[in-house]
Design a protein around this ligand. Sequence first.
Ligand SMILES: [Zn+2]
Length: 301
Amino acid sequence: MPELVVLREGCGYLPGGVNAGVVWGTEGRAVAVDTGGDRDAGRNLLRALESRSLQLVGVVNTHSHADHYGGNEYLVRQRPELEVWAPVLEEAVLRNPYLEPFSLYGAQPPAALQNKWLMARPSPVHHVYDTADGELEVAGLRLRVHRADGHAVRQAAVGYGAVCYAADAFFGTEVLWKYEIPFTHNVAGQLDTLARAESWPYEVFVPGHGPPVSREQLFEVLEANVRAVRQATERVHSAVGSGATSDEVVHRVARTLRSPPANPSTYFLFRSTVMAHLAYLMETKEVEWTVEQGTLRWARR
Ligand SMILES: [Zn+2]
């Protein structure tokens, strides 16, 4: 069973497929920052806290991807007094997980897409917070919120003491190498977040996926993320070639990956990211679209 890793006084995390952050005060009252993807992750978190005599009283979710809030439902069931904080807009998905596969598919998704990778169990949300930079008091602890939109519609990075729980504001370098193209909702927002993250005042940064990053390592990791995003835009731009439908662009970019999507869930996540880069290229006036005889085609300008 994973154990809580203490990073600084009052700050730790539970390593996993998704790292769950944990912060606590002198009275042993603890707040989790994200809860992992499912009931097992929630159970591991609760056990790890109990073994250190910490009492979980709050959960702050950074965004609404199923792998970050899937432990909520179990935790709220075990601790009915526990309260959940979620960002504005994202909170709707926690309460209605159907919105995630719906947004990726664009209509009622086939039942096969309504799976645990894209849909966690619904979670109550007791408090909605804005992802603007500022303070957030949770169960008597003064947390700091940093706007980290881009990867998700409204995402926050959460700071406490010397530690920043950056969630998916950036990815560890091994994760980047594995996936090559980081998931994004809004490319300009993601680049803006990566540019600002350097100024967040912490000693340790815990990404959602991958090991903690020290202040000394941060610049290099952020640079690797910026490179990955920019290369993704270039791949999408060159895939448009002399003109292509959306599906042709998706297919051409997928063929450049070491491990292209191999099931419908990863395909639709990947497709959504390609569509985000196409929208970005349209805003930067590098591509345009036309609809002729019922077919939408992308072209370079
Ligand atoms: Zn995410």
